[in-house]
Write a protein that binds this ligand. Sequence first.
Ligand SMILES: Cc1cc2nc3c(=O)[nH]c(=O)nc-3n(C[C@H](O)[C@H](O)[C@H](O)COP(=O)(O)OP(=O)(O)OC[C@H]3O[C@@H](n4cnc5c(N)ncnc54)[C@H](O)[C@@H]3O)c2cc1C
Length: 458
Amino acid sequence: MPEIIIIGGGITGLSAAWEAQQSGISFALLEKEDRWGGKVHTEIIDLPEGQAIIDGGPESFITRKPEAWDLAGELGIRDSVINPGAETRHMYILDGGTPVEVPLAPVKFITSPIMSGFGKLRLLAEPFQPAKSDSADESLADFVSRRLGREALDQFIGPILGGIYNTDPDTQSILVSSPIMREMEAEYGGLVKAVFGRMRKARKNKPVDEEKKPRFGAFAQGLQELTDEMVRQLKGDLRLSVEITKIEKNDAVYQVTLSDGETLSAKSLIFATPANVTAKLLVGVADEASAKLSTIAHQNIGTVTLIYREEDVQTNFRVHGLMIPRREKRAIDAVTFTSLKMPSRSPKGYGMIRVFFGGGKPEVAEVSDAGLLDIVRAELKSTIGITAEPLQIVPFRWLKSFPQANVGHLDFFDEIERTLPEGIYLAGSSYRGIGVPDCIQQGRQAVKKYVTARKALA
Ligand SMILES: Cc1cc2nc3c(=O)[nH]c(=O)nc-3n(C[C@H](O)[C@H](O)[C@H](O)COP(=O)(O)OP(=O)(O)OC[C@H]3O[C@@H](n4cnc5c(N)ncnc54)[C@H](O)[C@@H]3O)c2cc1C
């Protein structure tokens, strides 16, 4: 009998298993699909001139949150971490059907048509805005308009944040999505002051190793290198393609029945599945938590990578990324020129574009590959003028699987955790942050909580 059964083999569940292994705790890891990694999913396509490396889900991770960087070190694969380059260079926003460059350099900002003169002055007045006097949650939209003005929110910051979190900035919790912004405000009184303050501090206290650490990391062969390596080094009971049909508790032991009739028992269960899946699995085991978890909304999301001959993806302007605000009522949410942003991802002579969909128009995630290609081609033609037929497309879809953290989400989740029976732990993107480092942290933390509870009982 393993001590822990971990349900869900995405980055969260694998990280929980890794932590269990490091702590000498036996575990079984159960995954419904026939592959590990969940949304961490890399496809490598052989082309006559070399390979195209395509991440369907996450492509990079932030290193300010150290968990992914540290895990790569523990696994001995730090050498495979590459710098994916700046996310912000040559970034455009679609405004009234026309791509407008996000003005990050001072001269571009002054001359940019993206905001009125008044909007620009309001943004520049950020250091003079009072800091929030309490620690209560608020929406991304409220935070940005409070500090930088409503126009900055509507014209570009809202669309960028909405695109990153596949959400509506008016409802999304700042404390889940960007707690760093609130920390900066609390510590220094404002964002600009915080940027300078932190730069001064960093210069003084920089550890030697930090010199080599990029702000973002990616893996040379795609992010799945991380999950594949964990699977390679894990030595517990790892099972793919298993359906759970029933979970029961008998005398402080949980019994998990699988679709082939086998029953596994353990003192503790870690659910590393999205909250809407966990809600169903917990019926009869933790009914109150189950009912609350089922109210956390999960959006559709998908990406499709299009591989072209290089000459077919020339545009009139240098564009690495295009964010499409929901007010534009388009069928796609964002476009990234992977072959420009990360040239090592495709062989010479090819151009690669990744298109995000499912946020603005959730139904797009449910159409066939052929239908999706028609929709995406029409959108690329009318937004950035690309008309050629791609050589190949590689689509990925996750239906009702991208969590939405509304204002008050962290308090709500605290409430849910308080109702959980002994031995049940929840971790993953539906709870305390959606990024890869957040998921690793939560997976590992679930095991640490189990260890603390076990010690308390001993
Ligand atoms: C398109 C996209 C781009 C992203 N880009 C980034 C990025 O650049 N950087 C970043 O940090 N983050 C990014 N993210 C977010 C990040 O990828 C996810 O939040 C994270 O991978 C979620 O991991 P998870 O293990 O919690 O969930 P999942 O990956 O969803 O894993 C859950 C697992 O549980 C399994 N499962 C479901 N039901 C059952 C069941 N009944 N029994 C057993 N197993 C079950 C699923 O099959 C799945 O494998 C992106 C996400 C998407 C979708």
